[in-house]
Ligand binder design. Structure first.
Ligand code: UD1
Length: 364
């Protein structure tokens, strides 16, 4: 059996790394193809090193470009690769433009697709990711869902996959593996921040950072909170700050994108997380930290339901009120809700599901 995993962005590397390790433990041949959608070292290859992934078998180096250009380059690049060597199945994590393109390339080359992190929905069609994930689910043969709510979503939409399985969340596997090192790394002290004495913030979504008024509102309100804010700035956000001439509040420590272990270390040491990232919402939850989500919707309603995250949009009043509310959150209550995302063995379940799928399809 030969399995291929297609990835190209930071969150896809985090989702894929424990799955790659699980395949190797079972002696299954598994190769990585990097699309290069994220091309800065600290957004891509640094994560290969930290998460102990091997060099990719192929690198498409699509780099910067319009989303359409990136998607078409990835489809063409993967199509060529699949002509030379056909994997038995391709695993596609997440909902990025790389994921959509990988799904299309597989369908056009007649290779079965397993969508990892299938079924999550925000219901917000302004997000490129919402469109990508819905299309990818409909193209996929095996849907690997992280929660029971995700299973219910694809069932409700009558997605016609061969198999739908709740495997749990492979990001949780990655986090459990690296959390001890993250806690020991304590990057906040080096920045002069005290334990639980700061807010950790990331913003990168087009809906937040491409709108100058929204970006100003979030930065203004966060800067006015009573705690200092450590702000890890995504390349897209950095470009927008420059373009709009926005200077972050003096209460903020502005940082380049952090490595994965340091990011988890910053979350572990914080009092609160402010973010528009889907992944960071979950990581805060797993590390027992409340979060304010600067969006109107989330794909992880389970976390909001558990009382750990509060949707505040970009309204300064809601951010202020959300901060006050987050300081009264019962952390013990949401700690006990962690099992929503499985028990840290999602990657093993992915391998079981892929092997089972291929056996049934007569390809194993
Ligand atoms: C992408 C994903 C998003 C994911 C995020 C994680 C899509 C539609 N979105 O968003 O779901 O949460 O990755 O980070 O695929 N840039 C750099 N260096 C890099 C990467 C990007 O300078 O290494 C610049 C690009 O040139 C572009 C901007 O940042 O101008 C946005 O990058 P892009 O890959 O389009 O999407 P993300 O915002 O990173």
């Amino acid at each position: 059996m030969k399995v291929s995993m297609i990835l190209g962005t930071r969150p896809q590397i985090i989702k894929s790394a424990p799955v790659y390790a699980a395949f190797r433990r079972r002696g299954v041949e598994c190769e990585i193809v990097n699309t290069g959608q994220h091309y800065d070292y600290e957004m891509n290859r640094q994560f290969f090193t930290e998460l102990e992934l091997p060099d990719p078998a192929a690198d498409l180096n699509v780099g910067a470009g319009t989303p359409s250009q990136q998607v078409s380059d990835i489809i063409a690049g993967l199509g060529e690769l699949f002509e030379k060597a056909r994997p038995e199945i391709v695993i596609v994590p997440g909902d990025t433009n790389s994921a959509l393109a990988a799904g299309i390339a597989c369908v056009k080359s007649g290779v079965p697709v397993a969508h990892l992190e299938s079924g999550c929905r925000s219901g917000d069609f302004r997000m490129a990711e919402e469109v990508n994930r819905r299309l990818l689910d409909h193209m996929s043969h095996l849907l690997l869902c992280p929660t029971s709510r995700c299973v219910a979503n694809v069932e409700r939409e009558r997605v016609l996959a061969d198999s739908i399985v709740n495997v749990g969340d492979t990001m949780y596997d990655s986090l459990l593996k690296l959390a001890p090192r993250a806690k020991a790394s304590d990057p906040a002290t080096g920045l002069g921040l005290s334990h639980e004495g700061y807010v950790f913030m990331t913003l990168h979504r087009a809906e937040t950072v491409d709108d100058p008024a929204a970006l100003r509102r979030v930065l203004g309100a966060s800067g006015n909170l009573p705690l200092p804010v450590a702000f890890s700035v995504h390349p897209r956000t950095r470009a927008r700050l420059k373009e709009f001439g926005i200077v972050p509040h003096p209460n903020m420590k502005v940082m380049d994108p952090l490595p994965y272990i340091e990011t988890l270390g910053m979350v572990s040491g914080s009092r609160l997380v402010i973010t528009d990232s889907g992944g960071l919402q979950k990581e805060a939850f797993w590390l027992g930290k409340p979060s304010l989500i600067t969006r109107e919707t989330t794909e992880w309603g389970e976390i909001v339901g558990a009382g750990a995250a509060i949707l505040v949009g970009t309204d300064p009043k809601k951010i202020e009120r959300g901060y006050a509310k987050s300081q009264k959150v019962d952390v013990a209550r949401f700690r006990s809700a962690k099992r929503i995302f499985g028990s840290g063995n999602a990657s093993e379940k992915v391998v079981d599901s892929v092997e089972g799928y291929l056996r049934k399809a007569g390809r194993g």
